[in-house]
Ligand binder design. Structure first.
Ligand SMILES: [Zn+2]
Length: 197
């Protein structure tokens, strides 16, 4: 059983994480075959390219949340189909949505999914297996790892430490301690990114 201070820390941590925009599945690396860590507000789509009002909407979502895979807000967004069209074509009745992609992620995804699709479509397999293989091709070692990239909800630990830290500590001490915890977290993520490369 969790002690009362542990419960408070846990509840406060979850609340702060959500209030700062954190999402539990958003901690994982972003797959190029599905919605990424920054995916918000899906725009209904068809197999065609994005046009008209939906393109304007996509631009607004991009300005606010950035590329759904890497969070970049550089340049103009590309409407990324989810599921990717290569997967949707294997489904009987796919429901597509657009998410904004930056130019870099769009190109990268095109390369990964294009070459995977060329190989997988040659195989004599049922569609559900091809779908599974294509989804796997966009994730795993090909996924976008956020590594050292700071996000606002990484401050969750800092807030908990400041609010619930040792009552004998001074506030500046708590802040310094919490920053040190956050930096240690970034360092671990950075090292994990380097190991993956
Ligand atoms: Zn991107």
């Amino acid at each position: 059983m969790l002690s009362s201070p542990s419960c408070s820390r846990c509840i406060l941590g979850l609340g702060a994480f959500k209030l700062l925009g954190g999402r539990f599945w958003g901690i994982a690396p972003s797959s190029y075959a599905g919605p990424g860590s920054y995916a918000r507000n899906p725009i209904p789509a068809t197999e065609k390219y994005i046009q008209g009002q939906r393109k304007v909407e996509l631009g607004n979502i991009y300005k606010r949340y950035g590329c759904h895979v890497c969070g970049s807000k550089v340049g103009n967004p590309v409407g990324d189909h989810n599921p990717p069209v290569s997967i949707g074509k294997l489904m009987s009745n796919p429901t597509y949505a657009f998410y904004p992609h930056c130019g870099s992620c769009s190109n990268h995804q095109g390369g990964i999914m294009g070459s995977a699709s060329n190989e997988i479509m040659e195989l004599q397999l049922p569609n559900w297996k091809k779908i599974r293989l294509l989804r796997a091709a966009g994730g795993g070692t090909n996924a976008y790892n956020h590594g050292f990239q700071p996000r606002i909800y990484h401050l969750t630990g800092s807030i908990c430490t400041i609010l619930l830290g040792n009552p004998n500590d001074s506030l500046p001490g708590k802040i310094i301690d919490s920053c040190s915890i956050t930096l240690q977290d970034f360092k671990k993520r950075f090292q994990s990114t380097l190991r993956r490369k």
